[in-house]
Design a protein around this ligand. Sequence first.
Ligand code: HAM
Length: 412
Amino acid sequence: MKIERPRGTRDFLPEEMEKRREIERKMRKIAELYGYREIQTPTFEHLELFTLKSGEGIIEEIYAFKDKGGRNLALRPELTAPVMRMFVNECSVMPKPLRFYYFANCFRYERPQKGRYREFWQFGVELIGSSSYLADAEVISLAYDIMENLNLKFDLHIGHVGLLRLLLKDVEENVASKIMRLIDKKDSKGLEDYLNTISIDRDLEGKIYDIIELIGDRSIIEDAKGIIPNFDFEYIEKLCDCLDSIDVKYNLDFGIARGLDYYTGVVFEAYAKEGLGAQNQICGGGSYRLAHLFGVDTPSTGFALGFDRIAEICELQAEKPKVVAIVAFKGLENEAFKISRIVREAGVDAIVDVMQRSLKKQLSYANDIKADFAIIVGEEELKQKSVAIKDLKTGEQKIVKIDELRDYLKSV
Ligand code: HAM
């Protein structure tokens, strides 16, 4: 019986995995260069962790289930809430700021399409303990460096949810939340219909539209001041100064609302310029307050990169390691195993026949798997404490003493 994969999940073959691991290595390297250290949290959490801020509505969008003990659990849809839970439980007394990074799978019950899966991976960071614009500048610069380093073509947009929140401060919380979601989805028709049904003040409605349409360089701050004069724009100005000083390229965009409810300040998103179609958001983040829900009020900021979307568009080629196939005449299988250990000790990948096939078939397999060299283990050579090495690209063959094999392999 053939069994299909669950909808929205994928299998990854070795070539794809090698590329993914290479991308992951680069991401880790850069996060570590910024002083971030890796953490891990459970794949499933108490459902409450995710409903506490977002409400029961979110259950529709996540994998929620009861375990055999009747506990309400959920597969993590993201890692910010789990990291905050971990911070409050395990590290709230550690010296601040804390710099954490993670690479982990997440699960969302979404309608699958190109770039949108039910199981996907995020590479993210959380910088915990600072409410300064410098913390936002650091995480934005880190996300930017990772995307630049992977040679991605992207647009970075930076906004501040405080503007919309200030406009909506007298609106009921669930109504404000719904408005933010429609803005986040860029669903202008849905927003218009919703604003009509709730008979919102005309002046306020006008201001919402004016703010979310503001996208551009720093000059839009002046326009925003005209719309919301009582907002403190100094924070955004200082952030822009800092990012300009380190040459980060971005657009300000006051229409960024973010889909998750916990953001309180600067928010940012990066969009791939090509290769992804509708699901082109490859990074999302911002500053938020979440830890207070679990007992410790701490300002934090962070982001998550959509690893699968990045893997899809990233042209990085994983470096192929040197591979040696050990092929042996019948009866010399154990000798082949011994030689394979010497090859591996030299740091070179060695593949040895485990099917007891003829020499010809072993050689043909070595070509099929694109091995670089074949070491041929034969009676005559063994008597001379030697093996034959064939370069499978040039066809050239040499006899090498087993004692000198390590050095020889290092030299080719
Ligand atoms: P998010 O924007 O929901 O933010 O997700 C971050 C990234 O994950 C998105 O930009 C997208 O690239 C990728 N992503 C989301 N859903 C899917 C999916 N179904 N399939 C493939 N990729 C997907 C967060 O999750 C926040 N926790 C980020 C954050 C960290 N904010 C502060 N710290």
